[in-house]
Structure formats: structure tokens, C-alpha cells
Design a protein around this ligand. Structure first.
Ligand code: UGA
Length: 413
């Protein structure tokens, strides 16, 4: 099939390259010339495990352009939907893409929204824009469930494929496109598909905040939330995933999507109290690590090693990383911050240009009064704490294998 992907971010590029791998002809459209030039040269514009190799072997089926000239049968909208100041999503990129698609696509194509959008957007915003150009087309909403860092794997091995459509013909064409992927297909309306995406992320985020609430109480009781959650998760109705307590969830999806759900629901007159609570727990969680640290010292003038800046391991992404509020608070309280992350330091320099960035775990720990571990990088599992001035280590993510010879606390265990 001939597929057009509008938007060359991590969802767009992953989608495009995976469809090419499945034997389709794919065109990527993005207004960012730098990104398109990279793709044209066969260079992946983002880091994703396996992406570069998959791209290289499919370059003959991948075209990249900044021009909207669409003769493909299926067009995916994969542009960003950032937050507005009230938490609701900014639709200007989706709207602009829909306009250009409406102008330039051929009659009879299918337009698929993959961007995460508030329920109702595909039918109430995207469809009318394209309709205004007088074309015949099928409309669909097909959410993605990719994790950053594992996007290629998740695309090729999904738990499910959700296709939200208004008519059977559109459903059948999209089913055919996804045929090479062995996964159950759920056909819904576009609005249900949009809600499945939000509800999935909201549920996963709720599991994390739930584990953190239980963990905070476990800490007071002096018991281990990881052992508690192990026992809880042995119930097959619960599952062991996403119950890791710590400094909370970050990234470009959970915080944004939950805020969008809350704001969108509020606009419709319904207050989602549970989602509000999930976000509040997540806001408070990173600051708990500072409270624990203050049991040991007044941080003013002290050197604090911060290990981990990325919002999770195996990515250079610092968006909504829990290390941001922690570092901000340390600076506010007058501490000297020495930070290290194997991949995310360049990105964090844009947010905190004035803290000390170190080239290794050892350099960060040298002469430090305390160490905070904020990302679960494998590299942080067995640091040499002997170089510290005081061996006080507080973990925001459970990663340490050896706690011997240190004063240790977990943020909520
Ligand atoms: C998340 C979802 O997992 C994907 O299914 C979804 O497609 C994606 O958002 C999206 O909407 O695009 P991602 O943000 O890449 O993926 O990262 P996750 O691996 O889900 O982690 C999110 C945050 O939760 C991280 O900060 C992580 O450290 C934290 N987390 C995760 C916990 O604190 N505890 C856990 O048990 C699991």
C-alpha cells in the first residue's frame, strides 16, 4: 500500500519506518527541513532502539519531503499535541495538518489520526476541516501505545491494534494494512479509540501513583512496598507491571495526557477527581526525596550528587523528568548540584545551565555530601560510593544492588 505519514516525531518516524518494513511505500511529510534532510540521508532523526538499522534497510521504500503533495491511499496524522496553559491540548498542528491534507490529497483516501487527541477531536475537528475541501474520504482514529525507547518493538508486537472508524470499508483497508502484525484488532468508533488511548495512559499512571501512595505509607510503617506490590500483583487481575514506586512518572505522555483529560472533562462540566489525585500524588512525590535528605543535613552549601536526569532509563528525553523539580528545589535551598546521566545531560543543560555536569558516576560522587538516584539506569546499580564525603544515598527509583557501607533510604520504601 502507499502510506503517507504527516509528522516526523518519534511516533511518525516509527510508524513510517515500520510500515516500510512491512513492505509498503511510505512518504514522511514534516515542515522541519533539518529533520527531512536527515531522513533523506537515511539518518534516523531520533534515537530509538533498532530504528536506524530498520530505516537503512528500507530506504528504497521511504520518501521524505517538506512539501504537501499527497497521492497516497492512507494518510496518518502524527503531529504533536502539546499542552496549553490550562492543561488542555493545543490542536493547531493537527488542524494545520488536516488543512494541508484536505487541500492536497486525492479523492477516496483514508485519513487516520494517530496523534493523541481528546475524545471527539477526529470527528468534530479533523473531519470537518477536510470535508471543507469537498473531497470524499474515509476517516479513522488509530491510537499508538508505543513506549519511548521501545517504540519499534512495541509497534511490531502490540498487545492490540485499535481502529476507530465510521464505516466498514475504512476498517477493512486499515485491517489489511496491519495484517502482517499478529495482534488482536479492536474496531470501535473514532471517539472510543481516542478515549482508549487516554484511559490506557490514565490507568497506567494511576497504578504508579497508587503504588506511590501505598509506598509512602509503607515507609512510615518501615516495610518494603516492593514486597507488598509483589504480593498484590500476584493476583492475575492486577498484573505486576507499572507498580514500581519511586519519585513518580515523567515523560511527554502521562503528565500531558492526564492534564488534558482533566481539563477536557472540566470543560464538559465533569470534574475527574481520581485523575486530579493521581497528578497531585505525582507532583508531591519527587519532593519527598528532599525531605528525607533534610533529615540528615541542611542542604545549604552542601554538594549533592544527582544520578539520573532522563525521565526513565534508556532515553535522552528529560521532558517532565522528576529530576527537574528535585534539582530546582535543591538549587532553591542553596545546594551545589553535581549531576550525571549517560544520555540526557545535553538536554538538561537547556533547563539548568549552571549546575555541575560530570562525565561519570564517580566524578559526580567525588566529595559529595549525599547522593540522590533519580533514573533507573543499569549503570547506577553498583556505584562506588567510597569517594563520597558522607555516604548518604537516597534512591528515587529502585536500582541499587549493593547497599553495604552506606546510609541508605528509598524515597517510599
Ligand atoms: C507511555 C506508555 O507506557 C505508552 O504505552 C504510551 O504509548 C506512551 O506513554 C504515549 O502515550 O506515547 P513512555 O512515556 O514512553 O510511554 O514511558 P513509560 O515507560 O510508560 O514510563 C513513564 C514514566 O513512568 C517514567 O517516568 C517511568 O519511570 C515511570 N514509571 C513507570 C514508574 O514510576 N513506575 C512504574 O512502575 C513504571
Amino acid at each position: 500500500m502507499k502510506v503517507c505519514v504527516v509528522g516526523g516525531g518519534y511516533v511518525g518516524v516509527t510508524t513510517a519506518v515500520c510500515f516500510a518494513e512491512m513492505g509498503n511505500e511510505v512518504k514522511i511529510i514534516d515542515i522541519d527541513k533539518e529533520k527531512i534532510d536527515k531522513i533523506k540521508k537515511g539518518e534516523a532523526p531520533i534515537y530509538e532502539e533498532g530504528l536506524q538499522e530498520m530505516m537503512e534497510r528500507n530506504m528504497e521504500r521511504i520518501e521524505a519531503t517538506t512539501e504537501y503533495e499527497i497521492d497516497e491511499d492512507i494518510i496518518f496524522i502524527c503531529v504533536g499535541t502539546p499542552s496549553k496553559s490550562d492543561g488542555s491540548i493545543e490542536l493547531k498542528y493537527v488542524e494545520a495538518a488536516a488543512k494541508r491534507i484536505g487541500e492536497t490529497m486525492k479523492d477516496g483516501s483514508i485519513v487516520v489520526v494517530k496523534s493523541t487527541v481528546f475524545p471527539g477531536t477526529t470527528q468534530q475537528v479533523v473531519k470537518p476541516i477536510i470535508e471543507s475541501y469537498g473531497k470524499n474520504f474515509g476517516i479513522a482514529m488509530n491510537p499508538e501505545f508505543l513506549r519511548e525507547g521501545k517504540a519499534i518493538h512495541d509497534f511490531m508486537n502490540p498487545d492490540r491494534i485499535v481502529i476507530g472508524v465510521e464505516d466498514e470499508e475504512t476498517a477493512n483497508i486499515l485491517k489489511k494494512l496491519y495484517e502482517p502484525i499478529k495482534a488482536p484488532v479492536l474496531i470501535t468508533t473514532p471517539t472510543e479509540a481516542e478515549m482508549i488511548k487516554y484511559a490506557s495512559n490514565a490507568f497506567l499512571a494511576t497504578k504508579i501513583s497508587f503504588a506511590n501512595e501505598i509506598g509512602n505509607l509503607c515507609k512510615i510503617l518501615g516495610i518494603d512496598v516492593y514486597k507488598v506490590m509483589k504480593g498484590v500483583s500476584m493476583d492475575h487481575r492486577i498484573s505486576p507491571h507499572f507498580l514500581n514506586a519511586g519519585v513518580g512518572f515523567g515523560g511527554s505522555c502521562f503528565p500531558k495526557d492526564l492534564r488534558a483529560l482533566l481539563a477536557g472533562s472540566r470543560q464538559l462540566g465533569y470534574e475527574m477527581e481520581l485523575i486530579d489525585a493521581v497528578l497531585s500524588v505525582n507532583e508531591r512525590q519527587p519532593l519527598r526525596i528532599i525531605n528525607i535528605l533534610e533529615k540528615y543535613m541542611d542542604v545549604k552549601g552542601k554538594t549533592i550528587a544527582v544520578l539520573g536526569l532522563a525521565f526513565k532509563a534508556n532515553t535522552d528525553d528529560v521532558r517532565e523528568s522528576r529530576s527537574i523539580p528535585v534539582i530546582r528545589e535543591l538549587i532553591r535551598k542553596g545546594a551545589i548540584v553535581k549531576a550525571y546521566d549517560p544520555m540526557a545531560m545535553e538536554n538538561m543543560k537547556k533547563i539548568f545551565p549552571d549546575i555541575i555536569y560530570c562525565r561519570s558516576v564517580k566524578e559526580a560522587l567525588k566529595e559529595a555530601d549525599a547522593c540522590l538516584i533519580l533514573t533507573d539506569w543499569e549503570e547506577f546499580s553498583e556505584p562506588d560510593f567510597s569517594v563520597m564525603k558522607r555516604k548518604i544515598v537516597i534512591e528515587g527509583r529502585r536500582v541499587l544492588k549493593n547497599k553495604e557501607g552506606i546510609t541508605y533510604e528509598g524515597v517510599c520504601w
